[in-house]
Design a protein around this ligand. Structure first.
Ligand code: ADP
Ligand code: MG
Length: 357
């Protein structure tokens, strides 16, 4: 049984459907991330799970109990936001122990639990400090310690690292992952940042305008995107429109609209296109690191001209102009110069072809 079961959840604000019939599950001990652009309904889902917002329709079951109509304090759930709101006049230890004190946990046990959790977040010697004596990252870890010290069944995170600079954010995302693995606390995390989502999650749920586009492991979504939106949202992708020229046996012949290059692809690699009708429009997507460059035509390649080359740590990214499309191709090495004529190619199964829905 899943620890969290959300079924057919909908939230309407007047005419706006912020969350549209969403169902999702989080298993015990799992770290699941809801990823989506700003305004896609992520916070609204979390707020309904926490009990701060009433669903228009649908149900929320936590640990086998239907809590849809229960107030927040009757749900065994804690939520962490970007805004930490540590009490400035209390020490780190008092901040962490605040909730336990409210619950009437006796002082000895409180002290023990605070010490244990300080060890988990690696702030053992910081108990007596004031929050203002800590760095931003340390304050984040205190806020996390405070949120998990009472061992909620489920932790909800609403973009908690949003206000940190890039380096600290990267450090904190690994810390979070470590702490989650160490404590085994079931977590539902929300972010618009694909890099964070891809690095910390057991499983991703990609949200678009209140709807789930795809859910699965990071590899599922990255290597087998179900739509162009998914391919685009998770990492860099080249997209070019094409037309189905012919369809026979297991293969389609596509013509790229701007360069009139013909490519043969397997029908198995075509997504969401019921019929492979001659004349249908499709989008062909291929990731920059799957594009190969050559100075000779392989017969299944797109002719272009090098417009720019950009060095990156582990390779070179070329910008290649072909027709009206500028492709990105990331290769380990390559001796091409600006202005060179090149041919772009890729393995047929490394391109995604999306048809009209
Ligand atoms: P996200 O967290 O993915 O950025 P939200 O869940 O905050 O998205 O918002 C989803 C949509 O619902 C947005 O269009 C937002 O403007 C709208 N919305 C959120 N809360 C309210 C509210 N209390 N009243 C009216 N509209 C809201
Ligand atoms: Mg939000």
């Amino acid at each position: 049984m899943s620890l969290l079961e959300v079924t057919d959840l909908t939230k309407e604000f007047g005419d706006l459907t912020a969350v549209d019939d969403v169902s999702l599950e989080v298993e015990d001990g799992e770290f699941v991330t809801i990823l989506g652009p700003s305004g896609s309904g992520k916070s609204t889902i979390l707020r309904m799970v926490a009990g701060f917002e009433e669903p228009t329709e649908g149900s929320i079951v936590i640990g086998g109990d239907d809590v849809t109509d229960e107030p927040p304090f009757k749900r065994d759930v804690n939520m962490m936001f970007q805004d930490l709101a540590l009490f400035p006049h209390l020490t780190v230890a008092e901040n962490i122990g605040y909730g336990l004190k409210q619950q009437g946990v006796p002082p000895e046990e409180r002290k023990e639990r605070i010490e244990d959790i300080l060890e988990v977040v690696r702030l053992s010697d910081y108990g007596d400090r004031a929050p203002e004596e800590l760095s931003g990252g340390e304050q984040q870890r205190v806020a996390l310690a405070r949120a998990i010290v009472n061992e909620p069944k489920l932790m909800l995170f609403d973009e908690p690292l949003g206000s940190l600079d890039r380096k600290l954010r990267q450090h904190m995302q690994f810390e979070l992952q470590r702490i989650q693995a160490e404590t085994g606390i079931t977590s539902l995390y929300v972010t618009h940042d694909q890099e964070i989502a891809m690095s910390i999650s057991d499983r991703l749920i990609l949200l678009n305008e209140g709807d789930i586009e795809q859910s699965g492991t990071v590899e599922d979504l990255y290597d087998r995107p179900a739509s162009q939106f998914v391919a685009d949202f998770l990492g860099d992708v080249n997209t070019v429109s094409a037309t189905v020229e012919s369809s026979q046996n297991g293969e389609l012949t596509l013509s790229l609209d701007d360069t009139e290059t013909s490519l043969v692809v397997s029908k198995d690699d075509v997504r969401s296109l019921d019929e492979h009708r001659t004349g249908s429009s499709v989008d062909l997507c291929v990731r920059p690191h799957n594009v190969d460059l050559s100075d000779t035509d392989t017969g299944q390649s797109v002719p272009g001209t090098v417009a720019n080359r950009i060095y990156k740590g582990e390779g070179v990214t070329y910008l290649i102009e072909a027709g009206t499309t500028t492709y990105k191709a990331t290769v380990e090495d390559g001796d091409f110069s600006i202005g060179d004529d090149v041919y772009l190619s890729w393995d047929a199964d490394e391109a995604y072809i999306f048809g009209e829905e």
